[in-house]
Design a protein around this ligand. Sequence first.
Ligand SMILES: C[S@@+](CC[C@H](N)C(=O)[O-])C[C@H]1O[C@@H](n2cnc3c(N)ncnc32)[C@H](O)[C@@H]1O
Length: 236
Amino acid sequence: MNSPCYNWDRSSWLSSKEYFEKLSSQLIEFLDITEEKKILDVGCGRGHLLETLSLKANLINQPVGVEPVKHDDFVPQNIKIFHSSINSFLNENNFQFDLVILKQVLHLLTLDERKKFYHDIKNHINEDANIVFIHMNDQTEIPLFPLMENKLQQSLKSHKLLLEELTQKFNLLKMFNFNYHVKISLEEYLEMISNRYMTVLLDLSKKEIEGGIDFIKKNYPKQLVFQDTLTIKVFN
Ligand SMILES: C[S@@+](CC[C@H](N)C(=O)[O-])C[C@H]1O[C@@H](n2cnc3c(N)ncnc32)[C@H](O)[C@@H]1O
């Protein structure tokens, strides 16, 4: 199955060892992830984050990822991935977790799926468990072309709504940012655009993508340098 997000974490800084090592270190520190924690990553993609967390925090229990798409090009070690939607997974399993990670996935669930998730997850978490909502920072520096920027702004607005939903169901404990310094050639980045690496690119026509590539070629240098910033909100 080729998912809409098939190219998201395929080959770029978004799948690099360094990116996940730095993100994992920050999560371990800020969330106090100790070896006995039982972790669920909803929409884990290729499982890079869980694999790195498992190693860095010496997790005793294999962390669990839920991901509808079976990626054949990468097999993560020391983690268990269930190929399912999060709603079916929670229906069919009775695992209990201490930490639930939602990294750049919640906006892809429909309102009904989210409502069911907010309800069902409560039966799968321990009393002091954390739910961690991770999304792209609203002031992103990622190179964009006008149509992509427009779509991204609409998508970023949805974070406000998702935050409202989450704060109705859980208590917001703290938030912090993760900054990753990206250096990538223009050529490589254009390849990512042409592979529609972000969901906001999926609905664009071939002509709109080509126009966007021309815009970025004309307006950005041959070597791109920018901060990719994630906002991390912790609930319980
Ligand atoms: C933008 S990607 C993020 C992947 C990963 N969390 C990361 O940040 O690298 C969103 C992921 O959510 C998955 N996804 C979409 N709908 C889902 C659902 N209903 N249940 C679980 N995962 C889902 C997609 O297949 C995709 O892998």
